[in-house]
Design a binder for this molecule. Structure first.
Ligand code: BTN
Length: 321
C-alpha cells in the first residue's frame, strides 16, 4: 500500500492529491490513507498536507528499497538501513551473480584501510560495496581498486561537474581533503580470486561540523565543496553504471585503458612523496603505476622501486593525509 501511495505522490509531484482521491484509487478508507502517509513520514519522507487540497511529496534525499528500485539498475542490489559494514554484508552474502551491490543508510562499524575506522554512522554519505568475481590472479587485484577510483571520479564529474584527484591507491581528494575512500577485500583460492569486495565510502552531504574533530581536519564532503544538494540515489545510479563499465574492462583485461583513465585523475605523479614502510619513512619521486596498479617511484639514488598497496602508506601529497 505504501508503495502505491508513493507511486501516486511521485506521479503528482507538484499538485496535491486529496485523501479522497487516494481512498478511491486504492479502495481503502481516508483514515487508512492517513495512517500510511504518517508511516511514510516516519520512514523519512517529507509529505506536506495542504488543507482542502491534499498531500504533496517534497524532494528529500532518502535511500530505501523503493528508491533504489526506482533507479532501474538491473543488477542485484541488497539494501539494509543499518549495518555494521557493507563490506561485511557483501562478504557474508554468498550471491551467485558475479556482480552485486550492497548499500546501507548507516554503518555502525565502517572500516577503512590499514584497520582504521571509517566514519559513516550517519545517512549523509553513500556507503556501498560492490561484489565482483573477475577471473584474475590474486596478485593482480590492486588494479581493481585503481579502476574503482576512476569510476568514482567519473561519477563526480558527471553529477557535479568537478574533477577530483586520486591519491594512490584508494583516496579521492577534493581541495586537498578526502571526500571518498575505498577498501577492497578479497577471498581467493591459491591462483584465482574467488570474489573481491570493493567498498566505497563517499561523503555527500556532511557539513564540516558533522565530522568528528579528528576526521574534520582531513575530510570534506561533496556538499562542502560544491554547495550542491544531490540525492544519494542519483550518485548510486551513476556509480553503479560506471562500476559495471570498469568490471567489463577488468574482465577484458584492458589494464591499459584503466591506467589511461587513472592518469587523468592521478595527483601523485612526478611529485616528491613520503613512503612509510614498516615504520621507516623515505622520500621518493612518484613516477606512475605499472600494469598491476603498483606504484612506481624513484629514490634519491635514482633507483626505481615498485610498491603494492598493502605494504606502504603514501604521505606528503598533502601534508595531513
Ligand atoms: C579508507 O579510506 O581507508 C577506505 C574507506 C572505505 C569505506 C567504505 S564505506 C562502504 C564500505 N564498508 C566499509 O566498512 N568500508 C567501505
Amino acid at each position: 500500500m505504501k508503495t502505491k501511495i508513493l507511486d501516486i505522490l511521485y506521479e503528482n509531484k507538484n499538485s496535491p492529491v486529496s485523501g479522497q482521491s487516494f481512498a478511491e484509487i486504492l479502495g481503502v478508507s481516508r483514515t487508512a490513507v492517513w495512517k500510511h502517509i504518517k508511516s511514510l513520514i516516519s520512514d523519512g519522507y517529507s509529505i506536506k498536507s495542504y488543507s482542502g487540497k491534499g498531500y504533496c511529496l517534497e524532494e528529500k534525499d532518502i535511500i530505501n528499497e523503493y528508491e533504489l528500485k526506482k533507479c532501474n539498475l538491473n543488477i542485484p542490489i541488497f539494501y539494509e538501513k543499518i549495518i555494521d559494514s557493507t563490506n561485511n554484508l557483501a562478504k557474508k552474502s554468498n550471491v551467485e551473480s558475479d556482480f552485486a551491490v550492497f548499500i546501507a543508510e548507516i554503518q555502525k562499524n565502517g572500516r577503512g584501510r590499514l584497520g582504521r575506522n571509517f566514519e559513516s554512522e550517519n545517512n549523509k554519505g553513500v556507503w556501498i560495496s560492490f561484489l565482483m568475481k573477475p577471473d584474475m590472479p590474486p596478485e593482480d587485484a590492486l588494479i581493481i581498486t585503481i579502476a574503482s577510483a576512476t569510476a568514482v571520479c567519473k561519477t563526480f564529474e558527471e553529477i557535479y561537474g568537478i574533477k577530483a584527484g586520486i591519491k594512490w591507491p584508494n583516496d579521492i581528494i577534493l581541495s586537498e581533503k578526502k571526500v571518498c575512500g575505498i577498501l577492497s577485500e578479497m577471498s581467493c583460492e591459491t591462483n584465482a580470486i574467488d570474489y573481491i569486495v570493493v567498498g566505497i565510502g563517499i561523503n555527500v552531504s556532511q557539513k564540516q561540523s558533522d565530522f568528528s574533530k579528528e576526521v574534520s581536519k582531513i575530510a570534506t564532503s561533496l556538499l562542502i565543496e560544491t554547495q550542491k544538494n544531490v540525492r544519494r540515489t542519483k550518485i548510486i545510479s551513476s556509480l553503479c553504471y560506471n562500476m559495471q563499465e570498469i568490471y567489463s574492462l577488468l574482465k577484458k583485461g584492458d589494464n591499459d585503458e584503466i591506467i589511461r583513465r587513472w592518469k587523468v585523475f592521478n595527483i601523485t605523479d612526478n611529485k616528491k612523496i613520503k613512503i612509510i614502510k614498516n615504520g621507516d619513512v623515505i622520500t621518493v619521486t612518484s613516477i606512475g603505476i605499472d600494469k598491476k596498479g603498483r606504484l612506481i617511484v624513484e629514490d634519491a639514488k635514482g633507483e626505481k622501486l615498485v610498491y603494492s598497496s598493502g605494504e606502504i602508506s603514501v604521505r606528503g601529497v598533502m601534508d595531513y593525509i
